[in-house]
Design a protein around this ligand. Structure first.
Ligand code: NAP
Length: 330
């Protein structure tokens, strides 16, 4: 059946400016890292994309290696764009990245010009797009001069294959070098994609401050700590959860009594605010001025609606913030 997007999709979503650029992003964006791996995931993946877009989520984030197998999430995105979202292409921000291992040999990993630009060509083929909206270097590569990687990003824009560029997982010192080089090249770095949640706060040690000073937006990934900062693991490990599945990035051993104890207390606090645990974790992430958007993952449409509901309760009192610090510090 033909999809017609919700006519009210722009009424309740909050859009925030990405640094000092002209680009606005929804306060909640959807990533396709997990649960969008190929044909088997297609029906549910498509439902999640539709739910997201109907709620005003205009930004979908992929990378060359998302799947499994690597490339599969881009292929799924391409099918969805072709069959469902074609009329809405100009209302969507699609990002992709290169930087982690993608193919064998010396040109399928890292930060060389050779890797980044050939990977972008492959991403365009898989997604069926003429251009991506944002192209990222996925992680710094100590064996490639930052200048070479940034020149490749600049080339992506100059050649019309990307509209904007960004960096991901760069620490403050490397980020500053990359931002300066891109500015000199005339292709500003509009966005940085770091991990950030109540359980992983490295960005508070200089990165967010740098991004604000440089006018670069932050889109923070894994704001729910891959599902830990939700009600998912409060009473054991559900069979259909990420921790119980095949993901190498979250396993049963990560769900410790200590962390579950903290999340239980945070969950009680969230209830007191009239929010779910996931909603409070997302709102807490968005309290940072430098954060343009939080980049969530999901395994079902209801989780996306829950994430967007967070936007109705973004305020924290000083006492609430103090209590969160106390719980996290115990
Ligand atoms: N740049 C990078 O290096 C990098 C690295 C990692 C991720 N990312 C990006 O960030 C995106 C998000 O990462 P992530 O998936 O780890 O984010 P996340 O939002 O922290 O975790 C998502 C998982 O949390 C659970 N969940 C989500 N909403 C829930 C809710 N309302 N109630 C209960 N459980 C809920 C689901 O787990 P279940 O599957 O158990 O239901 C879902 O798969 C990725 O898709 C990718 O685009 C970027």
């Amino acid at each position: 059946m033909k999809y017609t997007a919700n006519a009210k999709r722009y009424e309740s979503m909050i859009y925030r400016r990405c640094g000092t650029s002209g680009l606005q992003l929804p306060a909640v964006s959807l990533g396709l890292w997990h649960n969008f791996g190929g044909k088997a995931a297609y029906d549910n993946g498509l439902e999640m994309l539709k739910t997201a877009f109907d709620l005003g989520i205009t930004h979908f984030d992929v990378a060359n290696n998302y799947g499994p197998p690597p490339g599969a999430a881009e292929t799924l995105m391409g099918m969805a764009l072709k069959k469902t979202f074609k009329p809405y292409r100009d209302e969507l921000i699609i990002s992709t990245k290169a930087g982690y291992h993608m193919w064998d040999g010396p040109y399928g990993d890292g930060g060389s010009r050779k890797y980044l630009l050939s990977s972008l060509d492959q991403s365009l083929k898989r997604t069926g797009l003429d251009y991506v909206d944002i192209f990222y270097h996925h992680r710094p590569d100590e064996n490639t001069p930052i200048e070479e990687s940034m020149r490749a990003l600049n080339q992506a824009v100059v050649s019309g294959k990307a509209l904007y560029v960004g960096i991901s997982n760069y620490r403050p010192k490397e980020a500053k070098i990359a931002i300066d080089i891109l500015r000199d090249l005339g292709t500003p770095c509009v966005i940085h994609q770091p991990r950030y949640s109540m359980l992983d706060r490295w960005v508070e040690d200089g990165l967010l401050e740098l991004l604000e000073a440089e006018g670069v937006g932050a889109i923070t990934f894994s704001p729910l700590a891959k599902g830990i900062l939700t009600d998912r693991y409060l009473n054991g490990i559900p069979k259909d959860s990420r921790a119980a599945g095949a993901s190498p990035f979250l396993s049963v051993s990560d769900i410790t009594d200590d962390v579950v104890g903290k999340v239980k207390r945070l969950n009680e606090m969230a209830k007191g605010r009239g929010q779910s645990m996931a909603e409070m974790a997302i709102a807490w992430n968005l309290r940072q001025k430098a954060v343009t958007s939080v980049l969530i993952g999901a395994s079902r449409p209801a989780q996306i609606s829950d994430a967007v509901a967070a936007l109705a309760g973004l305020e924290f009192s000083a006492e609430e913030l103090k209590l969160i610090e106390q719980i996290l510090g115990e």
